[in-house]
Design a protein around this ligand. Sequence first.
Ligand SMILES: Nc1nc2c(ncn2[C@@H]2O[C@H](COP(=O)(O)OP(=O)(O)OP(=O)(O)O)[C@@H](O)[C@H]2O)c(=O)[nH]1
Length: 337
Amino acid sequence: MTETRLRTWTHATGYTLAAIFMAALGLQNLRYGFYPAFYLALVATTVLVAGFAYTIVCRRQQLSAPGHIVILLVLNGALALAMLGLDTPGVAHWAMPVVVLNLLILPLKRAVTISGLLLAAAIIPGWLNEPSVPTLNMTAGALVLLIVTGAYVWHYDHMAQSAKDLALTDPVTGANNARFLEENLSKEISRAIATDHPLSVISLKLEHTDEIEALYGSSGLQTLLRNVTARLFDIIRAGDSLYGGNGQDQGDATFYLVLPFTPEEGVRVIAERIRRIVSEHEWPEVGKIAVSLGCTTRSSTDTEAGQLLERARQAMNEAREHDADTVWFISGETVQA
Ligand SMILES: Nc1nc2c(ncn2[C@@H]2O[C@H](COP(=O)(O)OP(=O)(O)OP(=O)(O)O)[C@@H](O)[C@H]2O)c(=O)[nH]1
């Protein structure tokens, strides 16, 4: 289930349950002749039904859906005014489900602010009129509800963000996940064509990773991949992006660098700099390592990511055939000819 669908279901279910709850309270109050409370429940139910309708109509925009804040402000405002103005016993308890609804639907900070104000409206009159054990119970209950639900929502948001980060970045190296390479490179190609700026790609392979894994274990190799990634991030400039480093099997330590605004002379400079820095460094535990780099620059006939990536891989294979620890460049025209 996508995040948008999950939110649509959660919001729609929240509004529905709250509407049923308010409608039941309304009927109960009608039966006993508490008309102000009945009208209040009627208003609340109508607003909640509007919230449900809004959720269904805007089901594809539920990740942002700005209408919820308006709907919930009306609901919270009506309840708060009623609690401050109506002399109807028990209305303060109506705030509880509305607080849960706020936290379920709104971003955490807004939900806590609005719920805090609503609970203040529910509690303060009790303390001003007749501080008593029920008032104390109500205050404690409101605080526990706000804290527990708030903590739960914060935990969920945190988990959702971690899952998103994990999907975008390689869990071992922290570089961009290689599965987004083609998609992002396609965007860079379109940008390069539109703005007429040069674009280069480097394919980089750490050599002898099988031996490194055999000698230092997979955790040793993973530490090396992480360290190399961190070093590469230090070397490249802000607009450059780094992908992969941890292929399907652990031994496939191939990275890709996408370098916007970088012509052939530039990619040769940066590739050679990377080769020198990586191969001259004493890596903790592992010592010296060798690296092969294949690079290429977009020519006017390159319109697809696959073409550039294939050429960068070919250049890397050439580098490996000539001598590990080498940089090899293939230009677009050479392949097209
Ligand atoms: N994309 C990218 N290109 C680089 C990087 N470092 C160097 N280059 C390319 O290599 C060329 C020469 O770089 P340097 O020898 O560092 O000279 P520079 O004039 O100080 O480089 P810049 O001020 O970064 O343009 C630059 O103009 C870039 O095209 C880098 O980190 N990323």
